[in-house]
Design a protein around this ligand. Sequence first.
Ligand SMILES: [Zn+2]
Length: 324
Amino acid sequence: MKAIVFEQHGSPDVLKYIDVPQPAIKPNEVLVRVKACALNHLDLWVRLGLPGVPIPLPHIPGSDVAGEIAQVGSEVTSVRVGQKVVLAPGVTCGKCPACVSGLDNRCRYFTNLGYMIDGGCAEFVRVPEVNCLPYPENLSFEEAAAVPLVFQTAWHMLVGRAQLQPGEDVLILGASSGVGSAAIQIAKFFGARVIATAGTDEKLQKAKRLGADHGINHKSQKIRAGTATWDESIASLAPSGRLVTCGATTGFDARIDLRFLFSRQLSLLGSYMGTKSELYTVMKLVAAGRLKPVVDRVFPLSQAAAAHAYLESSSQFGKVVLRV
Ligand SMILES: [Zn+2]
């Protein structure tokens, strides 16, 4: 099969479009013919290499997949060959206390497609049967692939961790990111007032079309995003405010003034991916047209390197997707 493979970490040109053997499935797995694979910032980290994260090489990246079932293992009962599917990106053990209580994003064996295992930037990908989600028939493959990782992450941040309440004010940093464009819609769905930041006025207009009530251009006004935004993010919190973060794109060193933390009764919340249960809820709302993936640009699989460079330039609004 054709696949995007890298044998060493580095700039986008380490991504090679080559022939590799089709994956062999286990009894509890399915083989999916990939139709579209959306990129995430995670793909850039995986390609660049992360300290202390031994990505197996050579490696096929890609976490967000929509496609059709091509083959099923002998123990598979819930999907059939030819069925359209969207895949949950998180692969877990399925047996530990976290997994069986539905908190699978706390599984110690948690990984994503395309992270510690091969992903969907290929004609075929193998996944456990339990990762197959119902396909939202109102969406194209490119749109469907743009949903899982970012909507699951944004849902877990706002609903699972921050327990967003109707009428609250939400500041969303980076409206043009995949997570940002999902978070605006989810926050509005819960009846919040949304203030979104972006680096251009054009992106802020798009954020408002998605439902944001107010926009802040972080190039011209104070508020930037990671280490770069931390102090201002803390300062932006209302008394009893919650700060929830799902990454460290601009760096991982942060300091906190404990006087503000206790006297203003602030909460600092980390959030990592989301649960499959949350993803089922998201997919139901997507199928009903209540939440919509935002696809910025589609590249053919063979041009994955150009797609990575484009995502790295931060000029997109929403998702960059590879068509297979
Ligand atoms: Zn587990």
